[in-house]
Ligand binder design. Sequence first.
Ligand SMILES: Cc1cc2nc3c(=O)[nH]c(=O)nc-3n(C[C@H](O)[C@H](O)[C@H](O)COP(=O)(O)O)c2cc1C
Length: 241
Amino acid sequence: MSLQEILDHRRAIRHYDPEKPLDPERVKECIRMATLAPTSSNMQLWEAYHVTDKAVLEKLAHACLDQLSARSAQEMVVFVTRQDLYKQHAEAARKFEEGNQRRHAPKEKQEKRIKKWDTYYGKVMPFLYSRGFGLWGLLRKLLAQLIGLSRPIVRQVSEGDIRVVVHKSCALAAQTFMLAMSEAGYDTCPLEGFDSLLVKKALGLPRKVEINMVITCGIRQPDGVWGDRYRQPFSETYHRV
Ligand SMILES: Cc1cc2nc3c(=O)[nH]c(=O)nc-3n(C[C@H](O)[C@H](O)[C@H](O)COP(=O)(O)O)c2cc1C
């Protein structure tokens, strides 16, 4: 399929065929493809829970407000954010970049570049991603305002802003997954109509995990697509500057 065909084929499917199961290995491969999605600072603070167990699917469907898309789904993939793992991920990225520089950078530039990554993943990232009743975010915001008086600076650094950063990256992974599924001839529907507490309970997830999107999966029934696709006029979306 061309990219245009993959995009045309992907629709939000609200009713799946109960007679057409999916190959879980193929779905798993689509999740593997989703790991190629970009993430902010390459922090990769997301995980995917691939649900194939009928009892868990049943609980999840209820957690998704009993929407037909969830009720009829053959499998589901729950994308979650793991901001709580920022220290481990920053350290893993720091170590990777150290090796990366040693493998690829000119010898005379290696130490300087490694030091730069040490600062980025060892100090800047932990400072940006840390949370504490909003106070860290407030401190970061004040600092950004101050530095912003003399030079350009990232200003969206409150604790709420960083949550958006993490969810944004996770959603890119979710979209990559849906496109991979479309290319496989499989159907999906992203859902945020769910009770996050019940979703976490169904999956046995810790409190700090946040549910980004539940994606139902299956093969569409003829009535699974709700008619024509609606999009805002492109002239209102597109702005050439
Ligand atoms: C983040 C997100 C949450 C969504 N939540 C739901 C949902 O809870 N229930 C539902 O039926 N559709 C949901 N949708 C599907 C949208 O309604 C659908 O993508 C949109 O109408 C465009 O249709 P299309 O995907 O077929 O192009 C969601 C889509 C996104 C991106």
